[in-house]
Design a protein around this ligand. Structure first.
Ligand code: PRP
Ligand code: URA
Length: 207
């Protein structure tokens, strides 16, 4: 399995709080945003830098600034919305696209209902979705981006099941996956075990 588990102690602590069934929507959303920002620090580690001339109040120097390709953040609706602000806080000039997919509760297959992306030229994309369960939704989201000519894609999730990682690895071996936690398995309804339940419902207070 090709997956990077970002298991900084702060992240592990916050994921545990999110898993607790008594954690309400407000805390759940805040924790998700905080974790996304902490994970964002790690997944942007390979951003290229260039030298620039800087005049400090004291002297001139060569400083560093991020160079190269622009960034696009693509949440998978709905639950991916909870991971946008944490990344935008780190990269305020990033553009945000949206992919609407829901998982049919009977077949567990993803159904597409929306796609709106920023200018794809010279841009790297980060797909965000808290849950990587069967992997059907993430794989479909990646395929959609590839159909639009996008080939620099990272996938960032909060909790993954091994089955989901395997599916994305198989369908899209070029896409690097980052997660905060890799759980045991899926139950008969396709929910991650132990997981944290339905992420969209917990973010938005629906049932
Ligand atoms: C959840 C989750 C992922 C998908 C994961 O969304 O946010 O998109 O399920 O499952 P998979 O890996 O088996 O495809 P859901 O379909 O519940 O929609 P929602 O975000 O609108 O609640
Ligand atoms: N979608 C969720 O929100 N949670 C799961 O455990 C699986 C899919």
């Amino acid at each position: 399995m090709q997956v990077q588990v970002i298991d900084h102690p702060l992240i592990q602590h916050k994921v545990t709080l999110m898993r607790k069934q008594e954690t309400g929507s407000k805390d759940f959303r805040n924790l998700l945003e905080e974790i996304t920002m902490l994970m964002g620090y790690e997944i942007t580690r390979d951003l290229p830098l260039e030298d620039i001339d800087v005049e400090t109040p004291v002297a001139t120097m060569k400083g560093k600034q991020i160079s190269g390709r622009k960034i696009g953040i693509v949440p998978v609706l709905r639950a991916g919305l909870g991971m946008v602000q944490g990344l935008l806080d780190l990269m305020p000039t990033a553009k945000v696209g949206h992919i609407g997919l829901y998982r049919d509760p009977k077949t567990l297959k993803p159904v597409e209902y929306y796609c709106k992306l920023p200018d794809v030229k010279n841009r790297d994309f980060i797909i965000v979705d808290p849950m990587l369960a069967t992997g059907g939704s993430a794989s479909a989201a990646i395929s959609l981006l590839k159909e639009k000519g996008i080939h620099h894609i990272k996938l960032m999730c909060l909790v993954a099941a091994p089955q989901g990682v395997k599916k994305v690895n198989t369908d899209h071996p070029d896409v690097k996956i980052y997660v905060a936690a890799l759980d045991d398995t899926l139950n008969e309804h396709g929910y991650i075990v132990p997981g944290l339940g339905d992420a969209g419902d917990r973010i938005f207070g629906t049932k």
